[in-house]
Ligand binder design. Structure first.
Ligand SMILES: Cc1cc2nc3c(=O)[nH]c(=O)nc-3n(C[C@H](O)[C@H](O)[C@H](O)COP(=O)(O)OP(=O)(O)OC[C@H]3O[C@@H](n4cnc5c(N)ncnc54)[C@H](O)[C@@H]3O)c2cc1C
Ligand code: SF4
Length: 556
């Protein structure tokens, strides 16, 4: 018997006469829903480990370890409270695993799934009356609040929604006015980081027999998944979640604001909190983190900067995903939908197919919008092959090491480069989905399709987030050790101008791109021709998996 099963058996109480709940991998909290309110001794929970789900995509090993360790520890924590636990290992869709239990135990309850993919999987069971969906209490806002707050969209704007929620809740308000006289402190919060103050080292978490057993399981059954595994970086218990959050409050929050947009080779997270992978499985609850931060005595730009992310962006993006049915229904015209999950270029890079186990009736692979018409495959550099761009290579290496990099690295380096060379937004989304430990469809799709690649046009952002080398030079130290000179020959800058020229007909009337478009038109014919020569050269070199070298750039 496994260590986990033996530990569960020791804590298990009588399974008879319970009211059963299905708790999916991302609702691991007893502070919301029936687990928070009803007598533990009257409740039973069903927890499902599912190799079929893991096999759908080449997920990072660290993500598998995070999910399994938390699921198992949650089972033990709940059993210790007197909740009866049924833990099963499924080999197919969740509904198939639950159907026999419905026959045995009767209709079970579940808080509405956050992931659309899980919703689609379970819908037949809901329709058949085997599963009763109850409201998910882990969100801070309702869909009605989104409808009212974000304007009569689409398009929708985060700022309208955020201000509305601030006014409605009174969070960071002084009467009818925002605290500090304004709703945002972007100007104060755009400092590059020059080495001081020293950022904290990320916390590590104690190993225990449950985590170690998960580690052995990953090495034996999931070793073909990409990425490194470091169990000491996996917060797996409720205590670990508290430890991470205490670290974030103490070490990160006071300086969260000013260095929010900074990037550095010397610290992967700088003053970012690293809580996303736990908040997205409800080990930490948004309500808790917002309340705690509201109670902290820290500078207002840091407090507001953080609250904006959790109360604003996180909620807004979830509502967008629901409102558009995962971007299947958008005003620009409903895009095609992938019949099965993409492997994000894994098979091209690895030279062998991803061994997924497809079953009839499996959920599809997600919407494939592409406002700019981009469809270039994802280069092998995203799987760890060297590109010669120090910024890109460094961040990719960080991601395959720990399944994490912070927001600006995701947006202004990874998505930026991918958009500049015309990568397929769906393939890039699939890559983020597998590579990051915090990725689930409702959050990764709006962030990549909506924000990172402009694949849904102005549906939720006003312009594409693209830039040349100047931004990366200003906000990071990556350029210091790069073979390219950001002020002279860095291809990011030529790619930026080539991008604007290529997409001029689609973007020329965008008010936020008026100045760049004017500058583009003023750019000399010679420079524009050079930009156009750099673009295919960089794209094709990256696609072939080769390193881009300054001496190989086209002649000026
Ligand atoms: C291309 C791209 C892909 C992304 N994919 C994901 C993803 O798969 N999962 C994910 O949780 N976040 C994603 N984000 C948002 C953001 O980058 C991460 O939430 C953040 O980097 C997580 O690190 P942290 O916990 O240190 O965040 P902090 O900077 O400390 O922020 C605190 C919290 O705010 C929330 N938050 C901040 N920005 C966002 C946002 N844009 N969307 C949702 N929540 C936000 C997160 O819960 C985060 O933990 C993505 C952003 C981009 C640009
Ligand atoms: S010079 Fe260009 S490629 Fe090199 S790190 Fe800077 S922005 Fe990236």
């Amino acid at each position: 018997m496994s260590i986990f099963r033996a530990e569960l058996a020791k804590r298990q109480t009588d399974l008879v006469g319970r009211r059963w709940l299905f708790i999916p991998y991302d609702q691991l909290s007893d502070s919301i829903g029936p687990l928070a309110r009803e007598d533990p001794k009257t409740l039973g929970i069903i927890l499902v480990e599912n190799p079929w789900k893991a096999a759908r995509r080449p997920y990072h090993k660290q993500k598998l370890a995070l999910i399994l360790a938390n699921l198992r520890h949650f089972a033990l924590e709940q059993a210790a409270r007197g909740v009866a636990v049924r833990h099963l290992v499924a080999q197919g869709p969740y509904r198939k695993a639950l159907e026999p239990l419905v026959s045995e135990l009767g209709t079970m309850r579940m808080m509405g799934p956050a992931e659309r993919e899980l919703c689609a999987d379970l819908q037949p069971l809901v329709d058949a009356g085997g599963l009763e969906l109850i409201p998910h209490e882990g969100w801070l806002t309702t869909h009605d609040e989104f409808r009212v707050g974000a304007g009569e969209g689409p398009p929708w704007r985060m700022d309208f929604f955020y201000r509305y929620v601030r006014r409605k809740t009174g969070i960071l308000m002084k009467g009818a006015k925002p605290a500090g006289g304004k709703y945002g402190f972007d100007r104060e919060n755009r400092l590059p980081w020059k080495g001081n103050p020293r950022p904290p080292a990320p916390p590590t978490f104690p190993l225990d027999p449950i985590k170690e057993e998960v580690g052995r399981l990953i090495q034996s059954k999931f070793n073909h998944h990409p990425g490194s595994l470091d169990l000491s970086a996996v917060p797996g218990t409720a205590t670990d979640a508290d430890l991470l959050w205490s670290w974030a409050k103490r070490e990160c929050l006071p300086l969260f604001g000013p260095y929010e947009d900074a990037m550095s080779t010397r610290s992967r997270s700088l003053f970012h909190t690293r809580i996303s992978s736990l908040i997205n499985i409800n080990r930490l609850l948004p309500d808790r983190v917002v309340k705690d931060v509201m109670g902290m005595d820290i500078p207002l730009p840091s407090k507001e900067g953080f609250i904006r992310q959790v109360l604003g962006w996180r909620e807004f993006l979830h509502h967008i995903h629901v409102a558009t049915d995962g971007f299947r229904e958008i005003p620009a015209g409903n895009p095609p939908v992938a019949s099965e999950p993409g492997d994000a270029g894994y098979s091209r890079w690895a030279g062998k197919p991803w061994p997924s186990k497809r079953l009839p009736g499996d959920p599809d692979g997600g919407a494939k919008p592409s406002f700019l018409g981009d469809g270039t495959p994802l280069p092998p550099a995203f799987w760890g092959e060297k590109s010669g761009f120090h910024c890109l290579d460094r961040i990719i290496s960080d991601v395959w090491t720990e399944g994490y990099s912070h927001h600006i690295t995701r947006l202004m380096v990874l998505c930026n480069l991918a958009t500049l060379i015309g990568v397929s937004p769906r393939e890039l989304t699939d890559w983020f989905w597998v590579a990051y430990t915090d990725a689930y469809d409702w959050v990764v799709e709006p962030n990549v399709l909506g924000m990172g690649t402009f694949a849904v046009g102005e549906l939720m952002t006003t312009k594409p987030y693209v830039s040349g080398a100047a931004y990366i030079l200003r906000m990071s130290d990556y350029c210091e050790r790069c073979a390219f000179d950001p002020k002279a020959n860095c291809p990011f800058t030529n790619l930026y101008w080539a991008f604007l020229a290529r997409n001029e007909s689609l973007l020329r009337y965008n008010p936020r791109l008026r100045m760049p478009m004017v500058s583009l038109r003023r750019r000399s014919v010679g420079r524009r021709q050079y930009d156009q020569a750099v673009f295919p050269m960089v794209r094709d070199t990256l696609l072939s998996g080769n390193v881009i070298k300054p001496e190989k750039l086209p002649e000026m």
